[in-house]
Design a protein around this ligand. Structure first.
Ligand code: SF4
Length: 439
């Protein structure tokens, strides 16, 4: 069992799906910076694309995503038109210089749109960005999944499907506004596997209302039987002041910090005992899955989609709130779908906020990414920084990290504290961050 340090767990540190984190975005870095970055992409640069569908058939109470009810068909059509217009705008600026590697569809629920509209989007992306059999993945809401969708995903040559599962416990499902019986997920998996789509991810959660160790283990019993190739086990973040829909969740029914921590530890132990390889602090993959293979080769990366084996340094996001990432900048599109449609309708790029990364930021980003993905990082910059060294010593004393020359390495006990250790490199957190990294 991992050691429990409530003072560390209480530290508010970013998830580091980027560095600097999204909390540093400003509206000074917007569509102009986006155009400049797209114009500067060098011929043959590997690129990955992400399309955001900010709609769902029904809204779950715990959800922290930028999404709304799919509702009127007309609104969905208008959004898809805007998405295509944005793709065309970006493709023109790229001028065929990117080498398309991957396409990911996320949301929201991409299966809130019609299957035929999905096929059209894939076709448009491949045609506009010139991909040669790109890896295609999609997030799916099982409640809106149909046989037609299974056939569509196979025809569109989708490689990976991620299902939002969260918990198989009926009481918890009722408490989070997401009812989906075990049989529903089994049917979804069977229809995908029958069509050759074997790379399937489950998103699971701990820290949900009424969740206990027993109910988590009950969910994991079903998971072990169904054996998805990947699993992400996230902690539920209850932030009703930011996500008003979470007000429907009974805060009194949420497990406390220690119970949450125990659930994370139990989940980890159970999945590892089932043969899953742990990736970073919240992902798991079967040994023959490409993510586990990347981990064995030290090639796991971290981006806005979490831990990934995607090696592209250029990620281009389409749709409301989608994020594009280039080595020297990160830009997020306008979040409001209505305003996004209007901007794109005027043939303008939708980037509305972001940040530029100088050489110093990029060194920090690389160290944070290494630490989170591979469990070690060059910490020479910390050795000359008294405040950071004091923080590092505390973590060493608790046996969460060990030092090897100028490198630090996370111990197994340190895995759940990986983000706290990574924060040593974060200059936006002055109390724990390193000083200037002399490149
Ligand atoms: S289906 Fe997913 S994105 Fe949609 S509301 Fe539920 S959790 Fe959020």
């Amino acid at each position: 069992m991992w050691p429990y340090f409530p003072d560390l767990l209480a530290r508010p540190v970013p998830r580091y799906t980027s560095y600097p984190p999204a909390t540093q975005f400003t509206d000074k870095v917007n569509a102009d910076a986006q155009a400049e970055a797209l114009n500067s992409v060098v011929s043959g640069t590997p690129i990955s694309l992400y399309a955001h569908i900010p709609y769902c058939q029904s809204i779950c109470w715990y959800c922290g995503c930028n999404t709304g009810a799919a509702g009127r068909t007309q609104r969905l059509h208008a959004y898809l038109e805007a998405l295509e217009a944005e793709m065309s705008l970006v493709a023109k600026l790229l001028g065929g210089r990117g080498k398309l590697q991957r396409i990911a569809f996320g949301g929201g629920s991409p299966n809130a749109i019609e299957p035929v509209a999905f096929v059209r989007l894939v076709d448009r992306l491949v045609t506009m960005f010139g991909g040669n059999s790109p890896d295609i993945s999609i997030e799916i809401d099982p409640r809106a999944f149909t046989l037609e969708w299974a056939m569509t995903l196979a025809i569109a040559q989708v490689n990976r499907v991620s299902f939002g599962v969260q918990s198989f416990d009926a009481e918890i499902q009722a408490a989070i506004g997401r009812i989906q019986p075990v049989e529903m997920i089994e049917t979804c998996m069977a229809s995908l596997r029958a069509r050759g789509i074997r790379s399937i991810n489950f998103d699971l959660m701990y820290g949900l209302p009424y969740q206990t160790n027993e109910s988590l283990l009950g969910t994991l019993d079903h998971v072990a039987r169904m054996r998805p190739s990947r699993i992400a086990l996230f902690g539920y973040a209850h932030l009703p002041h930011i996500f008003p829909r979470q007000k429907r969740i009974d805060a009194a029914a949420l497990p406390g910090i220690e119970a949450r921590f125990e659930q994370a530890a139990i989940g980890f132990e159970r999945l590892v005992s089932e043969g899953y390889v742990p990736i970073g602090f919240d992902h798991f993959a079967l040994p023959d899955d490409s993510l586990a293979i990347a981990a064995a080769e030290g090639k796991v990366r971290r981006n806005f989609q979490g831990f990934t084996d995607d090696q592209s340094d250029v990620l281009i996001g389409f749709g409301a709130s989608a994020i594009s990432q280039f080595p020297d900048r990160i830009i997020q599109n306008e979040k409001n779908p209505g305003v996004y449609r209007q901007i794109v309708g005027e043939h303008r790029l939708a980037g509305s906020r972001g940040l530029l990364r100088d050489a110093n930021d990029r060194v920090r980003a690389a160290r944070i990414e290494h630490l989170l993905c591979s469990g070690h990082a060059d910490a020479s910059c910390l050795l000359a920084e008294p405040a950071s060294m004091a923080s590092l010593h505390q973590l060493e004393e608790r046996r969460l990290v060990v030092r090897d020359g100028s490198f630090i390495k996370l111990t197994e006990a340190g895995r759940p504290y990986a983000r706290i250790v990574a924060a040593l490199f974060d200059s936006s957190l002055p109390e724990v961050g390193a000083g200037s990294l002399a490149a």
